[in-house]
Ligand binder design. Structure first.
Ligand code: ZN
Length: 319
């Protein structure tokens, strides 16, 4: 059995919407607004517009190269697919194990250059946890511009150019996977209501990907607070492109959030969280990205596609 690249792409986008923090209605509303603004564009603006944005709410999830109708029997998937992994796929082909599609979690090419668009998702997450939407939009606005500027000087197409030379198709699946891990953990904490930060760490370490990471010194850690501190209301902050605004911690604290469980945190953000008494648990970057990807890959394997994990992906299958 095989799937086409386009079928895989449609599948991951659909799964992303399924677990989107804005819910399906919120996503549909956003796509509707996008269509309206596209229709109002001048031809000049339409020329550069990526029309995938009309049906796919995730700018960081794209077919990056290759014919979408290509049949995929085997894919190689990593947290980062760089030139090294592209060459690795080509070596595998030489050894009689051709890779039909490279799947990168972290975006490349136009999916990287447009990463900042998905950050608007964070406005809705903040609003869901009690931050007024006007405040959420305002604090995210300057952070989104900052991220956009930070992406501008990058060599976005480097890995894709290598993949094109070797004729290996490539796809990125970022927020669609981050939505999986965020909703998976949020549901877990909402149901179990951990009393302390120690309980949160224990719950995380019961998950195979985190258990594996812990054995490699990359397991979940309490960054602010200690294991005896009470967790209060827990917010899983793992989707929406990249780290949000430093100003969010003050607003979340006021809105009643006790603990944030994230993948990683910048020093400036950590200081703001500490100042505003918000506990922070860092679950781990590669392990968290792996859970998100694994939840998608399980579905693809069920459809008959073989998966070769690489580049930091801790593969664990759930039944
Ligand atoms: Zn990541």
């Amino acid at each position: 059995m095989a799937m086409t690249i386009n079928e895989i792409y449609q599948y991951v986008v659909e799964q992303g919407i399924e677990k989107d923090p804005r819910k399906r209605e919120g996503v549909e509303e956003m796509l509707e607004r996008e269509k309206k603004s596209y229709e109002e564009m001048k031809d000049e603006e339409k020329k550069d517009y990526d029309t995938e944005r009309l049906s796919n709410p995730y700018s960081d999830t794209r077919i990056l190269c290759g014919d979408p109708e290509t049949e995929v029997k085997r894919l190689m998937v990593g947290v980062d697919i760089e030139v090294g992994e592209v060459l690795l796929a080509d070596r595998l082909a030489e050894k009689g194990k051709p890779v039909d599609l490279l799947v990168t979690h972290h975006p490349e090419g136009k999916a990287l250059a447009g990463l900042h668009y998905v950050m608007h998702m964070q406005e809705d997450i903040l609003a869901r946890y009690g931050v007024p939407i006007n405040v959420a939009e305002d604090i995210m606005s300057s952070r989104i511009s900052e991220v956009k500027r930070g992406l501008m000087p990058m060599n976005h197409n480097r890995a894709i150019d290598s993949a094109k030379i070797l004729g290996i198709p490539m796809l990125s699946a970022h927020s669609v996977a981050d939505n999986q891990v965020a909703s998976y953990l949020q549901e877990l904490f909402d149901n179990e209501e951990p009393r302390t930060l120690g309980d949160i760490i224990k719950m995380l370490k019961d998950i195979p990907e985190y258990a594996e990471a812990a054995r490699h010194n990359a397991g979940p850690e309490i960054i602010i607070g200690n294991k005896k501190r009470r967790a209060g209301k827990v917010l899983v902050d793992m989707t929406g492109g990249t780290g949000g605004s430093e100003d969010a911690y003050e607003k979340l604290s006021q809105a009643g959030v006790g603990t944030i469980v994230g993948m990683h945190i910048k020093e400036g953000h950590r200081k703001k969280a500490e100042k505003h008494h918000v506990n922070v648990v860092i679950a781990g970057h590669m392990a968290s990205d792996s859970i998100g990807m694994n939840l998608l890959l399980d579905g693809l394997e069920k459809k008959g596609v073989e998966v070769i994990p690489c580049s930091g992906l801790i593969r664990h299958k759930r039944s």
